[in-house]
Design a protein. Structure first.
Length: 167
């Protein structure tokens, strides 16, 4: 994970080592759509209160297998993707699951904060979280997924911003 300054904004690039467990892959092949959420926040340290949120961005991913075409479909959106509401998302089709996961693994050029909001004198850090959104699964899978470690796909990282990044 790295943050870089381009133009008048701070951008995030993250490379994940995402591997799905056999239970998740089996559910995908059987036609169940799986949702992922990637969240990034820039926070400013404050000693007297909670850290102040300076910038934030969220991406939602929906991965599904299309049995008729035998292809994988990945939808990416800045808004939550519901089962029927795919209008605000960008979608791509892939021949293999591996190709679709490669797109999810590489997250680049993601605008997290405007430079005007950042303060070069303050201590700031970037938090990044990526997870499988179990709440989007059908109810029986939500119950079963809570007890199986194969359904627990998540990562969290933190990066301290240096003065060079925000000047």
């Amino acid at each position: 994970m790295r943050a870089e300054r381009r133009e008048a904004a701070l951008y995030l690039t993250a490379q994940l080592k995402l591997e799905l467990g056999p239970a998740v892959e089996d559910a995908l092949v059987k036609g169940l759509a799986v949702h992922f959420v990637a969240e990034a926040e820039v926070l400013r340290d404050r000693w007297y209160w909670y850290d102040r949120k300076v910038g934030a961005a969220t991406r939602y991913y929906r991965l599904a297998f299309q049995p008729l075409t035998r292809r994988w479909r990945l939808n990416v959106s800045n808004e939550p993707i519901s089962g029927t509401g795919l209008a605000g998302s960008i979608s791509q089709n892939f021949e293999t699951l591996s190709e679709a996961l490669d797109v999810v693994r590489r997250q680049s050029g993601w605008k997290v904060a405007d430079m005007a909001e950042l303060d070069a004198e303050a201590r700031q850090y970037l938090t990044y979280r990526f997870r499988l959104d179990i709440s989007q699964l059908p109810r029986p899978f939500q119950i079963a997924a809570g007890n199986q470690s194969e359904w627990n796909v998540s990562v969290a990282r933190q990066l301290r911003l240096t003065a060079d990044m925000v000047r």
